[in-house]
Design a protein around this ligand. Structure first.
Ligand code: NAD
Length: 342
């Protein structure tokens, strides 16, 4: 019996528990050696522990350094900060990975297989914002400060290059806006160039693109990209764009990687409109689980899971409604488990 790997499991809100159960069933069918520590957060955390990120949940992640989570709702009112942002800050989750791969051919684009690596802690996301009053208008001027550091850029870029090489990627594209934001995004571009020349030249290709041109190229011909690496705000926008290229949020997994922990999740939210109806597409969280298997070096299991999802969607033609199919969550899960056991 292999040693079990402890993982914090946060079912989350809305469709979270439904897609988490589907994912656990698939991981069981694979024989994945995880030992789950179930914890609460989001609305569920507020209900049961008056805290969207209770101390026991944080303590669990501090111990396991690994988490699989469903979507979390931030209660409106009550002054709660987003649990997702707090998790990023608490565990210094500096890299956000969002792969986009065509899984159902015949959609908008075939043969897309790219990944967006986004800096997750700096840039315009640090929330240093204020208004300046002029005459009787208290909101006459709005000011936001962005901060990118050499060290923060370097840490993210090192991770991106190493991950790209380790996963057999061919090209890293640095996305920036250094023609206008010369300091804020120039530091990221300059750090990338130096790092590449010093450590990665000859091991992988690198090119650079301005973010607006990148958005256009992604929509015209996404197959030209392999690994896109960028700062926080551009990464946020581009990673939703690439999810849209390959079938939408129901198919988009994400990973948040840090020095102190790694947290894997579906990109979508709690989908309150379909929660509790057994309709949610579990593929995004299943793909996040495949990323987690890769992260703990169970790459064969990760490949088996991805092949099983592919076969269920395409050979068996079992698809949930968001993909134009008829299956519910349970029916899709059963078909996938049958594939994984076959
Ligand atoms: P959403 O992603 O929950 O839903 C957008 C649309 O996509 C809805 O029509 C929904 O039914 C559909 N959808 C989402 N996931 C699906 C799935 N697995 N299968 C089929 N259809 C799916 O976005 P929203 O409605 O803007 O947000 C709802 C809540 O989720 C909000 O409270 C938000 O703060 C939270 N949220 C959490 C996360 C996270 O924890 N990572 C991310 C985004 C939003």
């Amino acid at each position: 019996m292999p040693r079990l790997i402890p993982v914090t499991l946060i079912p989350g809100d809305g469709v979270g528990p439904e897609i988490v159960e589907a994912t656990l069933a698939a991981l069981d069918a694979l024989g994945a050696p995880f030992e789950w520590d179930r914890q609460i957060a989001g609305l569920e955390g507020v209900r049961a522990a008056q805290d969207p990120l209770p101390p026991a949940t944080l303590a669990s992640i501090r111990r396991t350094r690994l988490a699989l989570k469903g979507p979390l709702e931030t209660p409106s009112g009550g002054g709660y900060r987003s649990s997702n942002v707090r998790l990023r800050e608490e565990f210094k989750l500096y890299a956000n990975l969002r792969p986009a791969r065509t899984l159902v051919p015949g959609g908008r684009f075939d043969n897309v297989d790219l990944i967006v690596v986004r800096e997750n802690l700096e840039g315009l996301y640090i929330g240093h914002e204020h208004y300046v009053q002029i005459d009787d208008d208290p909101h006459a001027v709005a000011i936001a400060t962005g901060i990118n550091t050499r060290a923060g850029s370097r840490r993210l870029l090192e991770y991106a290059f190493a991950h790209a090489i380790a996963t057999g990627r061919k090209k890293v594209t640095i996305v920036h806006k250094a023609n206008i934001m010369k300091a804020l995004t120039g530091i990221f571009l300059e750090t990338a160039r130096r790092l590449y020349d010093d450590n990665y030249k000859g091991r992988i290709e690198m090119d650079t693109v301005i973010v607006d041109a990148c958005a256009m190229k992604l929509v015209l011909n996404p197959q030209q990209f392999d690994v896109l690496v960028t700062t926080n705000l551009f990464g946020d926008i581009l990673s939703d764009l690439v999810a849209g290229l390959v079938g939408g949020l129901g198919m988009a997994p994400g990973a948040n990687i840090g020095a102190e922990a790694a947290i894997f999740e579906a990109v979508h939210g709690s989908a309150p409109d379909i929660a509790g109806k057994g309709l949610a597409n579990p593929v995004a969280l299943l793909l996040a689980a495949a990323m987690m298997l890769d992260h703990v070096k169970l790459t064969d299991m990760a490949s088996r899971l991805r092949r099983g999802i592919d076969a269920t969607l395409n050979a068996d033609q079992v698809r949930t409604r968001d993909l134009g199919g008829q299956a519910g969550t349970a029916q899709f899960t059963q078909a996938l488990v049958t594939r994984l056991q076959g």
